[in-house]
Design a protein around this ligand. Structure first.
Ligand code: AMP
Length: 282
């Protein structure tokens, strides 16, 4: 496994892979890797000839009062995990590689996709995400890029950007990996103490309550919302940012679910902001 920091070295490795007609799979991450990230790597290993993973804690997707400074930095452990998965290439760019001196170009998806839900609390977040992913796509030039459904809105925004910018990249969205008790794996779970971790189960319990109602035939957005809220009513220490029942492509709120919907939740447990979601389909 090669660990590459320099842009020119990365370009040489990518050119060699292209010349050998290798199908390149790419998994962008911010490190602090867990089984959720590794599930994306496994999918890439199955479907591609060369797997590249990037580790870059992207400063522009964090708001001024967010956790950029304390975000876990575990590069040694991360590279060991990736070596164990037989990853070919790990790209760990320096900040100046991604944001050179004087950098003033942004990539931004406009419209509801980047105004609603997460964006209401984190107005600059998606601009940071699309800018870094667009740059990484330029550098790695993958055939397929893998993202987690855990960050549902992000995956919708990335699909939009990829299509709009005519990148010839297939975007694959992989299922959320959870702990056995339901908690979605997240690098931010490290911030939780044992009591908070129990409270964090409110998110998946809320989603599972909505799923149970859906399976019993409930199709009213409001009723599904009430079912999720009822779970949170039992968790006084958890503060809900939003519960939303939306169209999975447009993110428009749904009064009535026809074929499918996404149930999205964001909530704070102590200082830690968590998100989770579930797709419900006929
Ligand atoms: P991050 O390092 O948080 O930027 O995440 C890198 C990628 O891993 C993103 O595409 C995430 O959606 C994905 N990811 C994070 N957590 C999970 C999870 N529990 N299951 C599946 N994918 C995940």
């Amino acid at each position: 496994m090669r660990i590459i920091e320099a842009e020119d070295e990365l370009r040489t490795a990518v050119s060699a892979a292209r010349a050998a007609e290798k199908r390149i799979g790419f998994v962008p991450t911010m490190g602090a890797l867990h089984q959720g990230h590794l599930s994306l790597v496994s999918a890439a290993k199955r479907e591609c000839d060369l797997v590249a993973v990037s580790i870059f804690i992207n400063p522009t997707q964090f708001g001024p009062n967010e956790d950029y400074d304390k975000y876990p930095r575990t590069l040694n452990e991360d590279t060991k995990l990736l070596a164990g998965e037989d990853v070919d290439l790990v790209f760990t760019p320096a900040r100046e590689t991604i944001y050179p001196e004087g950098c003033s170009t942004w990539v931004e998806v406009e419209g509801l996709l980047t105004r609603t839900l997460e964006a209401a609390q984190r107005p600059e977040h998606f601009r940071g995400v699309t800018t870094v992913v667009a740059k990484l796509f330029q550098l790695v030039a993958p055939d397929v890029a893998y993202f987690g459904r855990k960050d549902f809105q992000q995956s919708v925004v990335i699909r939009r950007m990829t299509h709009d910018l005519c990148y010839p990249i297939d975007i694959q969205v992989c299922e959320t990996i959870r702990d056995p008790d339901g908690l979605a794996l997240s690098s931010r779970n490290q911030y939780l103490n044992e009591k908070q971790r129990q409270q964090a189960l409110s998110l998946s319990k809320g989603l599972f309550a909505a799923r149970a109602m859906f399976e019993h035939g409930e199709r009213h957005g409001d009723a599904l919302h009430v079912a999720v809220q009822a779970v949170f009513d039992e968790y006084a220490d958890v503060s809900v940012d939003y519960i939303a029942i939306v169209d999975p492509e447009t993110l428009e709120p749904l009064e009535t679910v026809v074929d499918r919907c996404a149930v999205l939740i964001a909530a704070r447990v102590g200082q830690t902001r968590l998100i989770d979601n579930l797709m419900l389909e006929n």
